[in-house]
Write a protein that binds this ligand. Structure first.
Ligand code: TYM
Length: 375
């Protein structure tokens, strides 16, 4: 029997079968040939590419054709500022920064304060607070301020809105109902929103009055917005954006759904503002373990790294060395490594990362104006 799961921008549930999702969403798998092609330009492959964390794409071969002809692309990604940043968000952006550095390209970063106001219970002021807080995390990752442009939907409305209505005019209510599962009780702002997310993919083309290819890194939950919008770009005279899709960083509770910090789910997420003690407590208490109930049994039967959340975090984010990761995999599987040992490796890695990140996050407070796009 097929296992049930759900992936939309507004809900990720169940254990996601990524191979099935490739078919259902109509995206393409990133195969070895494409990896080699990327490597020709980047000289090395990011661990997230080597390990299939970024696993699917739309039109990436076309984007590289254009790049090889001298038609450089820009990157576009975004954040819906409804709460604190967690490790799941960081994966997409760490990879985006790698792409920015390797290809030497611009990044346009959209903050969808309108979206989160329309979809969440939060007040407009709360969303503004999170917009500011989230910017600090993004700046702290080290994006190049000369090549990175922040757009805030309600602040850059004079630039975005005239383009958004061109998309909105070509998207019907029945299309968004089918794509997002909307019903008659969704508010009318929610119905319009996809047209705002479509726009940054053409902003550099609009400003430069010539078509520029665009690459969008995202986790696959955000793909439906672009599935709806992609057919419209050529109708408006623009290239369709290319997309590169990542898997989800799982929540602490197990490899089902995605890490999420909204509502009261903080026990399922490691936040960038967590203290070393909080990280230790969360991992020890909540990180789902693939180990056996007793040490004796674990030594005898071994653990299962494939369902172990701590191992998955090392694989997706925190152990760049393939050899070390393989050793951990084998030692855990054979029972040589205990769950407590695996967890302490992860805790140390996360805390070393967060110590630096939190320092840079403080420094980012004086940097925001350098990143905000000014016309
Ligand atoms: P948001 O704020 O929900 O998520 C921001 C980015 O993080 C990814 N993401 C994750 N990746 C891996 N594991 C997770 N557990 C996880 N949770 C979230 C999301 O896929 C996203 O890439 N509407 C968007 C904001 C947006 C956007 C964009 C995103 C506007 N334009 C263009 C991507 C590309 C949103 O609310 O994202």
């Amino acid at each position: 029997m097929k296992k049930e799961f759900k992936v939309t921008p507004y809900e990720v549930e169940g254990q996601v079968d990524y191979e099935r999702l490739i078919k259902e969403f109509g995206v393409s798998e990133i195969d070895n040939r494409l990896l080699e092609r990327i490597k020709k330009h980047t000289k090395e492959l990011h661990p997230m590419l080597r390990r299939g964390v970024f696993f699917a794409h739309r039109d990436l071969n076309w984007l590289l054709d254009e790049y090889e002809k001298g038609n450089k692309f820009f990157l576009y990604t975004g954040r819906g500022p409804s709460g604190p940043i967690h490790l799941g968000h960081l994966g997409t952006w760490i990879f985006t920064k790698w792409l920015q550095d390797k290809f030497g390209v611009d990044l346009w970063f959209q903050f969808t304060d309108d979206e989160k106001f329309l979809f969440k219970e939060s007040s407009f002021d709360e969303i503004q607070k999170w917009t500011y807080e989230n910017m600090l995390d993004i700046i702290a990752l080290g994006f190049n301020p000369k090549k990175t442009f922040f757009l805030v939907d309600t602040k850059h409305a004079n630039l975005l809105y005239p383009q958004a209505i061109k998309f909105a005019k070509k998207i019907t209510l029945s299309t968004v109902k089918a794509a997002f599962g909307f019903t008659d009780s969704n508010n009318i702002g929610q119905v319009f929103y996809t047209s705002m997310q479509a726009v940054p993919a053409i902003i550099p083309s609009v400003l430069n009055k010539k078509n520029i290819p665009c690459l969008i890194p995202l986790a696959i939950d955000q793909d439906p917005h672009f599935r709806v919008a992609r057919d419209i770009y050529p109708k408006l005279g623009f290239y369709k954006p290319s997309i590169i899709h990542g898997i989800f960083v799982p929540p602490l509770s197990g490899i089902s759904g995605k890490m999420d910090s909204s509502g009261n789910k903080n026990n399922n997420a490691i936040l960038t503002t967590d203290s070393a003690k909080e990280v230790e407590a969360k991992i020890n208490k909540y990180a789902f373990s693939g180990g056996q109930p007793t040490i004796e049994e674990h030594r005898k039967k071994g653990g299962n790294p494939d369902i172990d959340v701590s191992y998955q975090y090392l694989k997706i984010l925190f152990e760049p060395d393939d050899k070390k990761l393989q050793e951990i995999y084998e030692d855990y599987k054979s029972g040589k490594m205990l769950t407590s040992e695996l967890k302490s490796i992860l805790i140390e890695k996360i805390n070393a990362f967060l110590k630096e990140h939190q320092k840079k996050r403080e420094q980012a407070k004086s940097q925001i104006s350098k990143f905000l796009f000014k016309e």
